[in-house]
Design a protein around this ligand. Structure first.
Ligand SMILES: *Cc1c(COP(=O)(O)O)cnc(C)c1O
Length: 463
């Protein structure tokens, strides 16, 4: 097959020649020969593709040095980009859930810079296990006998099941066979842990006798799962932690609850929807509870298992623990977060998650009033910009029906006046620090609940 080569290919400069251009030589000094050469090769490839597809050179071929500078700069940008989360969901899994408190950031920085006593005790007692210090703190805060920390709550549930009930039966109510976003489904996790799921009761009603009747010599665990992201209403019945714990003791079978979010403080005191607290279930006699570190607790991604010493020790010894354990940065972040719970009076200023969740609607209203004039002046030609009440969501599986009153800037397209809402949203997603809103009811909403620095938003938007 013969194909006539375009004469344009002969205009491609050789890499060697480019590397000797004075401006490009400066880039070599700054970024090194390897990266600069690799980038130039990529650019040559882009030129070839352009010639093949469009029979012309790309515009930037006029000045390779400038184009190279831009490409090198783009390559330095990390893929985990900071964004303005104005979606209205505070604990957004896609945006990395909880923000860390300042003291947490300091603690993590310190353990990143220096060797630390991760599995080393300074009193000469030899090697301690890595969760020891945290376990003491968790026990102090919750009254638990012992604790185990792993990579996330999904890992906590998996490890718990694999340790306590592998090859055996686990009894769960049909109303609690939860699916969480991202493919966490209780029946699938059971299967992965080698357990046989025994469903009892019905979707809307499960009684103690349903658990009772399911028990046989193969039963290794009675389990409850908090239905964090949905609610069954109407003619319903569920077995309480208290009742389940009593049945467990009577039949000598351990009991466990996956709390999902869980909260170590009473959320109702802040006017927020009540979330089950691990210490309540432990007090009721439940053997083991699991919950996330980065949901309402407001810390790093982690899974926490609290409960009876005998079971936690077995969990710590299970070979899967090694695969699921948390690293030193996570452990430092979790410890520093939990320290804040020792001073609950200040929690709502210190812990960003709680600070954002407890902001009054007035605060967001004032912020909206303050931002509106400049944003209106800038966008008013193409959009109707208003300031409107809205509702935020807690997120991370916390009941999506429980909403928090907030305030938003809204953008409505003016027909025939230029950009659509989708184009505006896309433009904002491409900013150096992207601004993420939400489109609904024919408007683009910027919920201000998670905005603490109004000036920074203006800087981003008025560009
Ligand atoms: C969120 C959740 C999980 C998973 O927790 P991760 O920390 O995201 O792994 C498991 N169970 C329930 C009930 C949850 O709400």
């Amino acid at each position: 097959m013969t194909q006539k080569l375009s004469p344009l290919y002969s205009q491609l400069p050789a890499i060697d020649r480019l590397l000797h251009e004075p401006q490009i030589a400066l880039f070599v000094e700054q970024y090194g020969q390897t990266l600069v050469t690799a980038t130039l090769r990529k650019m040559q490839e882009q030129v070839r593709t352009n010639i093949r597809q469009h029979q012309e050179l790309p515009d930037w071929c006029d000045n390779w040095a400038v184009a190279l500078g831009q490409q090198l700069e783009q390559r330095q940008v990390l893929s985990l980009k900071p964004v303005f989360n104005l979606s209205g969901t505070v604990l957004h899994t896609n945006f990395g859930r909880a923000l860390m408190a300042e003291s947490v950031i300091e603690a993590v920085t310190q353990v990143m810079r220096s060797p630390v006593t991760l599995e080393y005790s300074l009193d000469g007692a030899g090697r301690g296990h890595r969760d020891c210090a945290l376990a003491n703190l968790l026990c102090e805060l919750t009254g638990a006998e012992d604790a185990c920390v792993v990579n996330n709550n999904a890992a906590a549930v998996l490890l718990l099941l694999a340790t306590v009930a592998s090859g055996k039966q686990v009894v769960v109510s049909r109303g609690e066979l939860v699916e969480i976003g991202g493919a966490f489904r209780i029946p699938d996790v059971m299967a992965q842990a080698g357990c046989r799921l025994v469903e009892v009761g019905t979707t809307n009603r499960t009684h103690l006798k349903d658990y009772q009747q399911a028990i046989n010599e193969e039963t290794a665990l009675l389990m409850k799962v908090h239905t964090s992201n949905y609610r069954i209403e109407g003619f319903t019945a569920e077995v309480s932690g208290c009742e389940l714990a009593k049945l467990g003791v009577k039949s000598q079978i351990p009991t466990a609850i996956d709390l999902g979010s869980g909260s170590m403080i009473n959320m109702a005191q802040y006017g927020l929807p009540a979330e089950p607290m691990p210490q309540d279930y432990l007090n009721q006699g439940i053997d083991l509870v699991t919950f996330s570190g980065d949901k309402l607790l407001g810390g790093p991604q982690a899974g926490i298992i609290l409960g009876k010493k005998q079971w936690i020790e077995a969990i710590q010894r299970h070979p899967l623990k090694r695969a699921l354990r948390a690293d030193k940065m996570t452990l430092a972040a979790l410890e520093a977060t939990l320290r804040l719970y020792q001073c609950p009076e200040q929690l709502c200023y210190q812990l960003p998650t709680l600070r954002l969740l407890t902001r009054s609607q007035q605060e967001m209203y004032d912020l909206a009033q303050q931002l509106l004039p400049q944003i209106q002046a800038y966008y008013g030609g193409q959009f109707i910009v208003r300031n409107e009440p809205c509702y935020s969501q807690i997120g991370s599986g916390s009941l999506p029906v429980e909403l928090l009153s907030s305030w938003a800037l809204t953008f409505t397209a003016i027909d025939g006046q230029g950009r659509t809402l989708e184009q505006l949203a896309q433009h904002w997603r491409r900013l150096a620090k992207p601004v993420i809103g939400r489109i609904s009811e024919g408007r683009l909403w910027l919920d201000l609940r998670c905005l603490e620095d109004g000036k920074a938003l203006l800087q981003a938007l008025l560009l």
